[in-house]
Write a protein that binds this ligand. Structure first.
Ligand code: PNS
Length: 166
């Protein structure tokens, strides 16, 4: 059974992530979306919220058959081994992603030689899109509907309204 891990912060999940999830899930028997707990990196959404948002988007898109969502901490390769995964899936948007992604893939391969990284080139319409862009726009009350799935739009706005009110 071919198991792939699609890791990330997903703070929050975007249409770009969803596109990679759909395409990667056709390549493997099981795709595990690994949501990083990220103690060092400050996230807007808690890990529980990020897992719930990803799960909600999967459910709304009827994508539950061979995809599951898990949170993880520590090294990605350790999580991949725990999940019996032989592939790590990452999206490449532009050349600016390349340096970091190459370093990550090569370091991971050095640590775990039976785990390979597969890159999906992001669809052109999402090549500009990132969670940080979404967060920035939402923080100013801008329109995020074309960037994140409809089912999570309100939750993202609610989060920023809550942040603004403290
Ligand atoms: O969505 P992101 O923030 O770009 O995802 C980054 C992620 C989760 C892939 C990366 O930070 C990661 O794998 N973190 C876990 C720690 C690890 O294994 N680092 C790689 C060795 S340097």
């Amino acid at each position: 059974m071919k198991i792939g891990i699609y890791p990330g912060s997903f703070d929050p999940i975007t249409f770009g992530h969803l596109d990679i999830i759909i395409r990667a899930s056709k390549l493997v028997d099981q795709l595990v979306i690994g949501v990083l707990k990220n103690i060092s990196k400050k996230t807007v959404f808690t890990v529980e919220e990020r897992v719930e948002l990803v799960s909600r988007v999967l459910k709304d898109n009827n994508l539950n058959s061979n995809i599951r969502v898990e949170s993880f901490d520590g090294l990605l390769v350790d999580f991949a081994k725990e999940m019996n995964a032989s592939f790590i899936v990452r999206g490449l948007r532009a050349i600016t992603d390349f340096d970091y992604e190459l370093q990550l893939a090569q370091t991971n391969h050095k640590m775990a030689q039976d785990i390979d990284t597969i890159f999906f080139t992001t669809r052109l319409e999402y090549s500009y899109l990132s969670s940080s862009t979404v967060r920035e726009i939402a923080s100013f009350g801008g329109d995020i509907e074309q960037f994140v799935p409809e089912s999570i739009v309100k939750t993202v706005y609610d989060k920023y309204n809550a942040i603004r009110s403290v």
